[in-house]
Design a binder for this molecule. Structure first.
Ligand code: CO
Length: 135
């Protein structure tokens, strides 16, 4: 029986300069930007670059009070979270909560690209911030 995580949707990297990070992936790896979006709710600009059916998600805050800005200030650039694709964000979120795990989003919310997402707290998740992504 397959598990509830169907794919790795994206690996998210927090960066200080979005254009520089895009240029790096284009130059070094020939990566292609498929989507760009300002996600106002999160105070960030993002770029999604294709890796087969998954993405590298480059995150750059434009709002200095955003959580990604705080992350960059305290931890510097680097891996920010991993996004797992799921069939039902609500279903997996309920299961995670029932397992006693701490969540950031109590209910699913809109993500970029018209997806539905929910974040799971890194405490309890071995230090990794997890995002559930339903397309
Ligand atoms: Co993400």
């Amino acid at each position: 029986m397959p598990g509830m995580l169907t794919e790795i949707d994206h690996v998210a990297i927090a960066v200080n300069d979005l254009e520089a990070a895009i240029a790096y992936y284009e130059t070094a790896y020939g990566a292609v930007v498929e989507h760009r979006e300002r996600v106002e709710r999160d105070g960030i600009d993002e770029a999604l670059l294709n890796v087969a059916e998954s993405y590298i998600q480059l995150l750059c805050p434009y709002d200095p009070s955003s959580t990604v800005a705080k992350f960059l200030a305290t931890r510097g650039e680097g891996m920010h979270h991993i996004g797992y694709r799921v069939k039902s964000c609500a279903e997996v979120l309920e299961r995670v909560k029932a397992a006693g795990q701490r969540v950031i989003d109590e209910t699913p919310r809109p993500g970029s690209r018209g997806t539905t997402v929910a974040f799971i707290h890194p405490k309890g998740g071995f230090g990794v911030l997890v995002e559930l992504v339903e397309e």
